[in-house]
Design a protein around this ligand. Structure first.
Ligand code: IPE
Ligand code: IPE
Ligand code: MG
Length: 246
C-alpha cells in the first residue's frame, strides 16, 4: 500500500506550517557552499507545494526568512534575497496554472526593494486563485508580529477605532498578519532541530508538532505524507479527556 493511500482525505489539515531548516548542513555534506543548499531547498518547496495542494491543504505557510536571519553573513542574506526574486519570477506562472494564491506575512516593507516589488507583483497576479494559499513568512518572527499587533491596537484605541473592553482572543487575532487564516493544525520542522525559532508563536498554541530528522532539501513528497499520517494518528484533545473526544 502506498503511503499516500494511508491518508484519510477528510482529515487532511487545512493549514500546514513548515520550518524549512537544514539547507546549510545539506550543502556542507556535499562539500558545497551554503547557497547550494538554498538552491536545492527551492526544489523541495516546489514539490511540497504541489503535494500539499494535491492533498487538499488550503494554506501552506513556509518559514523562508526570519527577522533573526539578517544576522547571517551579508553574502548569504543577499543570495537568499536574489534567490527569492529569481524563484518567484520563474514560478509565478506555474502557481497560476495550478490555481495557487501567493501570500506573504512578515515585516515586508523592510525587504530589499526588488524582493518586495517582485513579491507584491506575484501576490497581485495570483490573488484570485483559490485552490491553496502559499504563504511565505519573510522577515517574519512571532514576537515581532505580536508587538506589531499591540502597536496597532494602541493606535486604534487612541483614535477611538477600538475599545479596550473589546479586546479578546478573537479581536486580537484580527491584528495579526495571519488574520483570516485558521491556525495551523500541523507544524513541521526539518533538520532534526527541536525548536520553534520564533515562528507563529501565537498561532501554534494548539498545533501538532512534527519533527523530521532530515534536511530540508531532502524533504520530499513521501516525507510530507509521513507527517500527515502521523498527524492523523494523534488525538487532539484541546484540554478535554480522551473519553470526551470519542
Ligand atoms: C534553512 O536552512 C533556510 C533558512 C533559514 C533561510 P539553514 O540555512 O538554516 O540551514 P542550516 O540550519 O544552517 O543547516
Ligand atoms: C528558522 O531557521 C528560520 C527559517 C527556516 C527561515 P534557522 O536556521 O534560522 O533557525 P535557528 O536560528 O537555527 O533556530
Ligand atoms: Mg537553520
Amino acid at each position: 500500500m502506498d503511503l499516500k493511500d494511508k491518508i484519510i482525505s477528510e482529515r487532511v489539515p487545512e493549514h500546514v506550517a513548515i520550518i524549512m531548516d537544514g539547507n546549510g548542513r545539506w550543502a556542507k555534506k556535499y562539500g558545497k557552499p551554503r547557497v547550494f543548499g538554498h538552491r536545492n531547498g527551492v526544489k523541495a518547496v516546489r514539490e511540497i507545494t504541489e503535494t500539499a495542494a494535491n492533498l487538499g491543504v488550503k494554506c501552506l505557510t513556509l518559514y523562508a526568512f526570519s527577522t533573526e536571519n539578517w544576522n547571517r553573513p551579508r553574502l548569504e542574506v543577499n543570495a537568499l534575497m536574489s534567490l527569492l526574486v529569481e524563484t518567484l519570477r520563474i514560478e509565478i506562472n506555474s502557481l497560476n496554472e495550478n490555481n495557487i494564491r501567493l501570500h506573504a506575512i512578515g515585516d515586508l516593507t523592510k525587504l530589499p526593494k526588488k524582493t518586495y516589488e517582485t513579491l507584491m507583483e506575484g501576490i497581485e497576479k495570483t490573488k484570485n486563485n483559490d485552490r491553496m494559499m502559499l504563504n511565505l513568512a519573510l522577515n517574519y518572527s512571532g514576537r515581532w508580529e505580536i508587538i506589531n499587533a499591540v502597536k496597532k491596537i494602541m493606535e486604534d484605541t487612541k483614535s477611538g477605532a477600538f475599545q479596550i473592553d473589546d479586546l479578546n482572543q478573537n479581536s486580537f487575532e484580527q491584528y495579526l498578519t495571519t488574520n483570516g487564516i485558521p491556525d495551523p493544525e500541523l507544524l513541521i520542522r526539518t533538520s532534526g532541530e527541536y525548536r520553534l525559532s520564533n515562528y507563529l508563536l501565537w498561532q501554534i498554541a494548539y498545533s501538532e508538532l512534527y519533527f523530521a530528522p532530515i534536511y530540508w532539501p531532502d524533504f520530499r513528497e513521501e516525507d510530507f505524507y509521513k507527517a500527515i499520517i502521523d498527524f492523523q494518528q494523534r488525538e487532539r484533545r484541546f484540554g478535554k479527556t480522551s473519553e470526551q473526544i470519542q
